[in-house]
Design a protein around this ligand. Structure first.
Ligand SMILES: Nc1ncnc2c1ncn2[C@@H]1O[C@H](COP(=O)(O)OP(=O)(O)O)[C@@H](O)[C@H]1O
Ligand SMILES: [Mg+2]
Length: 290
């Protein structure tokens, strides 16, 4: 449910929408919908019995959109992202990537997965590979020839701002640089969609600000669809076209907020009353539903 305190605020730059249920039309194959979830739910089997991680959720991420999933720790954000990434199966419901079902007859569909790149909180680089080889590992697995991989690595490292570090080892890079490399790796095979699970959660505040700006720039330059998970309200409002607030476990969609600040956004937008109003309203709502 959208929240009274949100709707009563008068924020000209932001438009608040009701709890969004995926309209049937949005579930149909459509170039405008990058990711469509219909009734996607997850139960985990554990030794202590079943755990209801995620209540059925309906979400449609538009092509080219920056959507941010925001929610308290343990509410099922990672579960949701891993299901969209095809790493785990939903207990029920359907997922479509660019109009193609992710699962069919119990089998994950390679074509759908090829549209997805994932970045996690830890960069997960292989310590025994150079940065260049880490970034192009997905291409090596796809048997791309070495000169093509080198050229791709050069372009991507330029894009994410770590040019010149091709032959370095992961341990020689700062946390922020390793995350840049992880983003480059996810982009290496040119997926249309990036799934980012708290990618900057382990970084200090200043590096995190810088990475938020960088992500906005990379998104602007590549036109990718981005679905980012965070538990930082500030990060969510700064980055998002839409913030989707999830309730505590089992996660369900509580509120969806359109954030309309002009792009590219500078960090200064965070100091505006409009920005702060959204942050305060989200924080209040998070406390209410906790
Ligand atoms: N493989 C698993 N087996 C059992 N329970 C799990 C598993 N993964 C996550 N959970 C539980 O599901 C809930 C949601 O977890 P998660 O998706 O990681 O939340 P978030 O990313 O929002 O912190 C938590 O209660 C967590 O303990
Ligand atoms: Mg998580």
């Amino acid at each position: 449910m959208a929240v009274a305190c949100l709707k009563s605020t008068d924020i000209s730059v932001a438009r608040f929408s009701e709890h969004q249920t995926l309209p049937p039309a949005a579930r149909e194959a459509s170039t405008a919908t990058a990711i469509a979830l219909a009734g996607v739910e997850k139960w985990y089997e554990t030794n202590d019995g079943p755990v209801h991680a995620l209540a059925p959720v309906d979400i449609a991420v538009r092509s080219g959109e920056m959507m941010v999933l925001l929610g308290p720790s343990g509410c099922g954000k990672t579960t949701l992202l891993r299901m969209i990434g095809g790493l785990i199966r939903p207990s029920s419901g359907a997922i479509e990537i660019a109009g193609r079902p992710l699962w069919q007859n119990g089998a994950r569909q390679g074509e759908a997965v090829a549209d997805l790149g994932m970045v996690f909180q830890d960069a997960n680089l292989f310590p025994w590979l150079t940065i260049e080889d880490n970034i192009t590992l997905p291409l090596a697995l796809r048997k791309a020839p070495r000169p093509a991989r080198r050229a791709k690595a050069r372009d991507l490292m330029q894009l994410v701002g770590i040019a010149g570090f091709e032959k370095r080892w992961p341990r020689e890079l700062s946390g922020g640089m390793r995350q840049r490399a992880a983003i480059a790796r996810a982009l290496s095979y040119d997926p249309d969609i990036l799934l980012l699970d708290e990618p900057f959660g382990a970084l200090d505040a200043m590096t995190r600000d810088a990475m938020n700006l960088e992500l906005q720039r990379i998104w602007g330059e590549t036109g990718k669809t981005i679905l980012l998970v965070t538990h930082s309200i500030n990060e969510a409002v700064f980055l998002a076209d839409r913030v989707v607030l999830l309730s505590p476990r089992p996660g369900r969609i509580d509120t969806v907020i359109d954030v309309g600040f002009a792009r590219p956004r500078s960090l200064e937008v965070q100091a505006t009353p409009e920005f702060q109003q959204i942050v305060v309203a989200l924080r209040r709502r998070l406390t209410e539903i906790a």
